[in-house]
Design a protein around this ligand. Structure first.
Ligand code: ADP
Ligand code: ZN
Ligand code: ZN
Length: 719
């Protein structure tokens, strides 16, 4: 008899602990079972399994009788031992129930949940030892099978019509089912060879390899050849017969990166990201679990792949916000990368042209090894200039595209070059106001103004996607046709560009044009083939693109986000502007960048102009220190939300009262309403993150709450 302790699938479970059942035989850790819990049949996830000799005595000690598990779901554990422990660690780090962490880590088909769905199976054919005689036709098919093991029944039937039945009757073949394996179809790219590293690249490469510190930050300006270094490091590790994980922020935005990895490592590559369907994810996961691939390229969720022999983790654009998960558990991929590298005793390489302040500060302190690349491969940094839009407006000039930018775009069009235009606002207009009473139309469910979208002729909320028609009559003052729209988004910019440059081909890339699967790839591929002259869009187009014909980047409304209250808004804007600028002039010709701003004197804009990360870093660190923000202190944010404002406010106050320790507590402060949910937030701020965590964990264990709580340890943004 065995005592089986398992984690139970249950969303309402506040208590973060295992429950005990019994079984006649031993069950391995990480196997899913079905058990009864509160009279329901639910999935459990086996943690440990202990032999018991005296059940009666055990039950007597426990004070209740134990139930049998209903059945075992998996043949083999779906998690490695290392991942199992990682799940528990993650629970602790993010203050999330362990079962939620396991759910996050696993692809849907093997999640510990009831509706996970089954793996897709296919029929394959195999030859058996032959006893009788075959006809000529049958013999041919039979021989074919000897050289084509495990061909699918469908393929076999297509080649040898009408022999399957007779071969089966003669007991010459058998048909059996296997799990489907190769649903993810990647284009076959031409193989490419390693480039010869420049002296600076070679130096960096050597320093990374021989670093005694296993956490390395590679800070290299845009176009300095970081990717080439990643690929050659990967080769080095694969040659040692170890696995490599290559993390990128968003795969659909960087099809070029997949192409570069694929063209070097061909069939040794697995790919993992949120764009895959459940079956595809499951297959890719199994490929890694069964050690069938050597390198995995993927986004945030790929950090949970079941490696057994990991030799290197590369995290490209380590500063990117998409590495942080928004839902519970709100983990940061970088923290897990560092933890797993520690588990495997391997290196983790963080790469960026604009490292997060946290990482760069750690590198300067020697916590991470710092390796830098200061020049571009082509030795030509782009020339960056600002245009003061306030002045343009005063002179009654076009305030969307300045004269200077207009001229430069025309110049590129004349010379058959390409242009990228960044405007970090989608829609046509950004808000609508009544000319009579100044009423601005807000979303009925959220505290933000509605944006006008001309394609659907509707106002749209960018938080909850509610749409409504443009009001004919003002709901406040009853004036008729009194509304005008202001501000401009990418749709308006597209119209403007097309009306000025009548012959130019223009592509727009933003959340509205990329809602369909693979639409990102189509737009980028078309641009890379030079089927369009101008690519315009939101910050999606600022990442990682490497197109040799792009020699001009224009950034519109560049300082729009700088006056947000969030402590990281300056850093975010600096990153976007620098990364977008970095798309210009990456090949033979020097690039140019035009940044349109309202305030040229802002230090963020000035540092972008000078292409000087260090000056920006030092200045920004001063502000962070003065405000006590990261990396000088740790933060934990707790957001209380629900439909009844008073209740939520009270819960937040009560929570705050019960916190005691060597840290500051800010708030509760009211946040913007979202989806009809009122929200209040408190922030813990201090040097001892463990103490802060323990405090919150204790309150979670000891209390029940009248509203929902969202806990974010080390929040990246606080807006
Ligand atoms: P980063 O990742 O730092 O932005 P990339 O690796 O994309 O830079 O390199 C910029 C460009 O220079 C790419 O087009 C790449 O093919 C090219 N490149 C990189 N390393 C070399 C090299 N050693 N020799 C020639 N070209 C290189
Ligand atoms: Zn009005
Ligand atoms: Zn809304």
């Amino acid at each position: 008899m065995y005592l089986v302790n398992c984690w139970i699938e249950h969303s309402n479970l506040k208590v973060n602990k295992t429950f005990s059942y019994i079984n006649d035989f031993y069950i391995e850790k990480g196997i899913r079972v079905r058990v009864n819990f509160n009279r329901k049949d639910v999935i459990g996830f086996v943690d440990d399994c202990i032999k018991i000799t005296d059940l009666e005595k055990l039950e007597e000690n426990l004070g209740y009788s134990l139930k049998y598990i209903n059945c075992v779901v998996d043949e083999k554990s779906v998690l490695t031992e290392e991942l199992f422990e990682l799940g528990k660690w993650l629970s602790n780090q993010t203050l999330t129930p362990t079962i939620s962490c396991f759910k996050t880590m696993l692809p849907k088909k093997i999640k510990p949940i009831s509706n996970s769905g089954n793996a897709v199976k296919i029929k394959v054919v195999k030859s058996k030892d032959l006893n009788g005689k075959l006809t000529l036709k049958q013999q041919k098919a039979y021989d074919f099978l000897k050289f084509n093991e495990n061909i699918t029944l469908n393929e076999f039937r297509n080649i040898f019509k009408s022999v399957v039945k007779s071969l089966l009757e003669k007991n010459a073949i058998e048909i059996y089912e296997v799990e489907k394996e190769n649903s993810v179809k990647l284009k076959n790219y031409n193989m490419s060879d390693d480039l010869i590293l420049t002296k600076e690249q070679k130096n960096a490469f050597d320093n990374i390899l021989k670093s005694e510190n296993n956490i390395v930050l590679l800070n290299g300006v845009t176009g300095s050849g970081k990717t080439e270094i990643y690929l050659q490091l990967a080769r080095e590790i694969i040659n040692q017969n170890k696995q490599v994980l290559f993390l990128v922020p968003e795969i659909s935005l960087t099809p070029q990166m997949v192409q570069r990895v694929k063209s070097r490592f061909f069939n040794d590559v697995a790919i993992y990201h949120s764009g895959l369907n459940d079956q595809e994810k499951y297959e890719e996961y199994k490929k890694v679990l069964n050690n069938k691939v050597k390198i995995v390229i993927g986004t945030r969720s790929a950090i949970f792949m079941p490696f057994s022999n990991l030799g290197l983790i590369i995290m490209d654009e380590e500063h990117d916000l998409s590495y942080k998960q928004d839902n519970t558990p709100q983990y940061h991929c970088r923290d897990i990368a560092i933890k797993r590298a520690e588990n495997f005793g391997c290196k983790v390489l963080l790469g960026s042209a604009t490292p997060s302040l946290e990482s760069y500060a750690r590198a300067l302190k020697g916590v991470y090894k710092l390796v830098e690349l200061n020049s571009r491969i082509n030795n030509k940094m782009p020339k960056i200039k600002t245009v003061n839009i306030t002045k343009e407006m005063k002179n009654n000039k076009n305030y969307i595209i300045s004269e200077v930018l207009k001229e430069k775009i025309q110049d590129r069009l004349n010379n058959n070059k390409q242009v990228i235009l960044l405007l970090n606002r989608r829609g046509f207009n950004t808000f609508s106001r009544c000319q009579n009473c100044n009423n601005v139309i807000m979303c009925p469910h959220c505290d933000i103004s509605m944006s006008y979208h001309r394609d659907i002729k509707m106002l749209k909320c960018h938080i909850c996607n509610t749409t409504m028609p443009y009001p004919k009559v003002c709901p406040k003052c009853n004036s008729v046709d009194s509304y005008s729209s202001f501000g401009f988004g990418t749709q308006r910019l597209e119209e403007e560009v097309k009306s000025i440059f009548k012959n130019a081909k223009v592509l727009r890339m933003d959340a509205d044009t990329t809602s369909k699967k693979n639409s990102h790839e189509h737009i980028l591929e078309s641009f890379s083939k030079h089927e369009a002259d101008i690519l315009l869009g939101t910050q999606m187009i600022s990442k990682g693109l490497d197109y040799p014909s792009v020699t001009l980047v224009g950034i519109l409304n560049a300082d729009a986000g700088l006056n947000r209250v969030d402590y990281r808004s300056q850093e975010i804007i600096y990153d976007i502007l620098t990364q977008a600028s970095g798309r210009s002039g990456r090949s033979d010709e020097e690039g140019e960048v035009i940044i349109q701003v309202f305030d040229e004197d802002n230090y963020v804009i000035k540092s972008v102009l000078k292409q000087d990360y260090k000056t920006f870093f030092n200045r920004e660190m001063m502000y962070r220190k003065a405000g006590g923000y990261p990396p000088y202190n740790y933060l934990i944010s707790v957001v209380f939300s629900g439909r009844k404002k008073e209740v939520i406010n009270n819960e937040a106050y009560n929570f705050k009262e019960k916190l005691i320790g060597n840290f500051n507590i800010l708030g509760p402060s009211e946040l913007l309403k979202i989806n009809d949910q009122y929200r209040f937030r408190i922030i813990l701020k201090g040097k001892n993150i463990d103490e802060m965590r323990e405090n919150i964990q204790k309150l979670l264990n000891e209390n029940t709450f009248m509203c929902s709580l969202k806990i974010d340890v080390n929040p990246l943004v606080l807006d």
